[in-house]
Design a protein around this ligand. Structure first.
Ligand code: F6P
Length: 570
């Protein structure tokens, strides 16, 4: 079968999602014009662009309390128009509509992409294969609310009659990173902190036995509830960790204790039952929720509701929905996820900056970068277009980050004077905890935010040899002290960091990444690239077992792996 006849391509044609011109996106006039425009942009410097107040004004948007300033991107208003033409050519609006209307835009897995339905209000209607999915979403949310309230109130007790005050959530990838990010962000928010008093939530993800030691250290099985979170319920690491916890519970409390101490979140309820978890204690989600987009399903909602109470988690869901609605309804030219997605495509594909630094000036957002790493890199790290044809350009973005100001003392040297890495600065107007030390000029939060504001200008403006000369810097040091500037960044300013704004931020990033994928014309919702490593690990596992139990000789591996395995087995 040729690529032109591939099921993926046929699906696109059926759904009317082929590009306007019918051409590959990189063959279109809009794409070529952007390439030509790079030359013009290279002649500009952000130092100069930032002097044009009208330009800057047009690049600062406020949506529902969130301010996004992209005036420090290497763009003119003309660039933005060209990017919007590219969006039209790529049928971006149609692709967004297709997602919301439950079309199977994840064509290689023949699935809809409806994580937005997870946060829809009860009365909303969102259809998948002819069925409104919102009622089943709410039936699970109601079940989570009821169950979490029973556990939190002490009505649901463990096998020995004690209240379950500790939760260990087992899961990996999308079944771990999003919930961890939200948990960290809420942990220090005063109202959430209060709701979590006397309770603990831990995550257990790595199959490394060291991680089980960390996850279970000091915990009393009598007061611990284990939540096994796995979309497929087949992920090797998660299942071994689940068996490890089951053994921990049964060896301490007996076999019958599993029904009181272990619950599950999965789309595969059959396997949950086979594992020995009571189906009554299983919380479903659906194949139209991708793993890395699943934090607003039971994957995140259940552990977070156990820790903070359902109502707090509902505020988070409302925040995501608020940004979802903006994404769904705002015109492209004022749509935040669309604008940010287009800017990322501009940076990666046209300006040739493959990485992005996510720099929250908030310790509470310390797990934002690891979460976005998965959402973005697993979604858009693809080598072929959605119809299976090889991409003539590189898609995907390398994401990394650390909270400021810690990052400033780590890798900022490189982003100021080494490689150009577009940065996302994220800050909040009000801190979760305000501290003003007597005798200090500013509050601790002002001190933090001084850096947030300063870093963006330092990257954009830089420092010239003339500036340095005027400061009296010795000539031999001048080249070392020059900052070329012209380094793009954008600033995202939240009113504060609470459940609602955390939800808005999450949705902003989720949709921005989808927009990038829609423009690059990749399938942002599959992840075939994780399969090969898994199957090779399975071969090694079989070999290790055979070598250890039967002294079977190593076979079928290349010289290097044979050498390393021999050394390992010695
Ligand atoms: O890393 C691959 C992956 O399939 C992710 O997409 C997913 O989030 C993770 O593994 C965990 O999968 P599951 O929830 O099925 O255990």
């Amino acid at each position: 079968m040729s690529i032109a006849d591939s099921p993926a391509k046929r699906k696109l044609q059926e759904q009317g999602l082929e590009h306007v011109s019918g051409l590959a996106i990189s063959e279109t006039a809009a794409w070529k014009q952007l390439h030509q425009h790079v030359g013009e942009i290279k002649k500009t410097h952000l130092r100069e662009l930032m002097k044009d107040e009208q330009r800057c004004q047009s690049m600062i948007k406020e949506v529902d309390g969130i301010v996004v300033d992209y005036s420090r991107q290497r763009v003119t208003t003309g660039t933005m128009e060209k990017l919007l033409s590219l969006a039209n050519e790529a049928k971006l609006s149609e692709k967004i509509d297709a997602m919301w209307s439950g079309k199977h835009i994840n064509s290689t897995e023949d699935r809809a992409v409806l994580h937005c339905a997870l946060r829809a209000p009860r009365e909303a209607e969102i259809f998948c294969d002819g069925k409104n999915v919102v009622p089943e979403v709410w039936s699970t949310l109601d079940k989570i609310k009821e169950f979490s309230e029973r556990v939190r109130s002490g009505e649901w007790v463990g096998a020995t009659g004690k209240a379950l005050t500790n939760v260990v959530a087992i899961g990996i990838g999308g079944s771990f990173l999003g919930p961890l990010f939200v948990h960290n962000a809420l942990e220090t928010e005063p109202s959430a902190e209060k709701l979590a008093e006397g309770r603990s939530l831990r995550f257990f993800s790595n199959v490394d036995p060291v991680d089980s030691g960390i996850a279970l250290k000091g915990l009393d099985p009598e007061t611990t509830l284990v939540v096994v979170v796995s979309k497929t319920f087949t992920t090797a690491e998660t299942m071994l960790n689940a068996r490890t916890c089951r053994a921990w519970i049964t060896s301490n409390l007996g076999v019958d204790a599993v029904s009181k101490h272990m619950i599950a979140v999965s789309t595969n309820l059959e396997l949950v039952k086979e594992f020995g978890i009571d189906p009554e204690n299983a919380f479903p989600f659906w194949d139209w929720v991708g793993g890395r987009y699943s934090v607003t399903s039971a994957v995140g909602v259940l552990p977070l509701a156990l820790q903070y109470g359902f109502d707090k988690v509902e505020e988070f869901l409302k925040g995501t929905w608020s940004m979802d609605q903006h994404f769904r309804n705002a015109p492209l030219e004022s749509n935040l996820p669309v604008l940010l997605g287009l800017l990322s495509v501009w940076n990666v594909t046209f300006l040739g900056y493959p990485a992005r630094a996510i720099l929250p000036y908030s310790q509470a957002l310390q797990k934002l970068a690891p979460h976005i790493q998965q959402v973005s890199m697993e979604s858009n790290g693809k080598g072929v277009a959605i119809d299976g044809t090889p991409l003539p350009y590189e898609a995907g973005e390398i994401e990394f980050g650390e909270p400021g100001t810690n990052g400033q003392h780590s890798f900022y040297q490189l982003i100021h004077q080494g490689r150009v890495v577009p940065c996302d600065f994220i800050g909040a107007v009000r801190s979760q905890h305000s501290v003003f030390m007597p005798g200090e000029k500013v509050s601790n939060h002002d001190e933090l935010m001084s850096n947030f504001f300063a870093q963006a200008d330092a990257l954009a403006d830089g420092k010239t040899p003339e500036d340095l000369k005027a400061e009296g810097v010795a000539a031999p040091l001048i080249p070392h002290k020059v900052f070329t500037g012209n380094r793009p960044s954008l600033s995202i300013l939240l009113p504060t960091l609470d459940a609602f704004t955390i939800g808005q931020l999450l949705s902003l990033y989720e949709h921005r990444i989808a927009v990038q994928g829609f423009i690059w014309n990749v399938n942002s919702f599959d992840q075939w690239g994780v399969e090969l490593g898994k199957s090779l690990a399975s071969r090694v596992r079989t070999q290790l077992n055979a070598s250890r139990t039967r002294d079977a000789p190593l076979q079928g591996f290349n010289y290097s792996t044979t050498y390393l395995l021999t050394h390992y087995l010695k």
